[in-house]
Design a protein around this ligand. Structure first.
Ligand code: TXA
Ligand code: MG
Length: 344
């Protein structure tokens, strides 16, 4: 299959992309977090193509993207009390809510669950595509399963060229890490994935919020609250080693590994020489580091290295989301301040 490259700025691109969605095809499109791989959420056969293109297992459910409260109500049953404040404060935006689904959403979207993950993206191109299609769009991140997510059209094509009908290119994504996923179906809201809507913000609004413990998930993969929490995710092909986030800790680790061909996600002002360094941005400027994270991992992955090394940001604002992604990308290879070299 030839993948059609459409540019958001060109006349007619949205109509062409919407026609493909309505006809049951796959279109990758930008959101403010990462690129998504979209299909008509009401069409099981179309959604099935997403799983095939990504090589994603059928047990991992998808997020349904909508543009309005009205469209949202075609997808979800009556939401719980906390929903109104969250909707007013964060939607549209990088927040996905897990709610009880309506029968209109086919089982393949939710992997047979009675709940559905929904999001209103803030990106104008995503909104325009959904509006032009007139349909809710099911979309996971536009990457091969377990690989690093895509924040540019080039990343999408590197993983999915020839496997999808079209890509709508509107340049790089602003935030760069996936949306916060918040489950509202239990007694207490549970954060299943950290993102740009931070735990601090959610706690201020909701009071008690539980953070799903990925370690518990690593211990027991059965009955996961969110199947996508499985350990390895967002991964480069090269081994990834993590250090606690300080210049000294990274320098020590680099020295220890000096005989290996090494590349680093390196904060701009840190003076450390590695074989290859990706200039990641100023340490503590978490939004810059988030927006450059996946581009950095993908670039380092192309440099034929033995090991990629990266410092872990603290649990602070978007730092927490970056930290979670890096831990999953490494399969949890760094524990309690000690580095652990996978496979050695
Ligand atoms: O920013 C984002 O969320 C991007 C853009 C494209 O919107 N999408 C994205 O989708 O990251 P994906 O499929 O890569 O991640 C969705 C996560 C997965 O971890 C999945 O297991 C979880 O949400 N999820 C989806 N439906 C769920 C449900 N009903 N219950 C619990 N978790 C669910
Ligand atoms: Mg994903």
């Amino acid at each position: 299959m030839q993948t059609l490259r459409l540019f958001a700025k060109d006349n007619g691109s949205f109509q062409r992309a919407a026609r493909i969605i309505r006809a049951g095809g796959l279109v990758a499109f930008p959101t403010e977090t990462v690129y998504g791989l979209g299909a008509n959420a009401l069409d099981s056969a179309a959604v099935n193509k997403i799983f095939i293109a990504k090589e994603r297992p059928a047990w991992d459910p998808l997020i349904v993207h909508v543009t309005s409260r009205q469209m949202l109500e075609t997808v979800i049953a009556k939401p719980p009390a906390q929903f109104e404040d969250l909707f007013a404060a964060f939607m549209p935006g990088p927040l996905t809510l897990v709610l009880t689904k309506k029968a209109s959403i086919p089982d393949i979207v939710t992997a047979g669950r009675q709940t559905v993950a929904v999001r209103l993206p803030a990106h104008p191109a995503a909104q325009q595509l959904i509006t032009a299609s007139g349909l809710p769009i099911a979309a996971p991140s536009a990457n091969r399963f377990q690989h690093v997510s895509s924040t540019t059209a080039e990343h999408v094509l590197a993983d999915l060229d020839g496997r999808i009908d079209a890509i709508l290119d509107d340049g790089p994504c602003r935030i760069g890490v996936e949306s916060t996923v918040l489950d509202l179906t239990g007694e207490v809201p549970v954060i299943l994935r950290s993102g740009a809507v931070t735990r601090e913000q959610l706690r201020r609004m909701l009071g008690h919020v539980v953070i799903a413990d990925p370690n518990a998930v690593w211990r027991q993969q059965e009955g996961l609250p969110s199947p996508g929490m499985m350990s390895r995710h967002y991964s480069p092909h090269t081994k990834l080693v993590l250090t606690e986030g300080s210049e000294i800790a990274l320098a020590e680790a680099v020295q220890k590994l000096c005989k290996r061909r090494l590349g680093a996600l390196l904060p701009t002002e840190w003076k450390i020489s590695a074989a290859e360094a990706f200039d990641w941005g100023q340490w503590e400027e978490w939004s810059t580091l988030a927006s450059r994270l996946y581009a950095g991992l993908r670039w380092l992955d192309r440099q034929k290295l033995e090991i990629i090394i990266a410092p872990l940001p603290p649990e602070q604002a978007l730092g927490g989301a970056i930290r979670e992604r890096l831990l999953k990308a490494s399969g949890g290879a760094m524990l309690a301040g000690k580095i652990m070299v996978p496979g050695s």
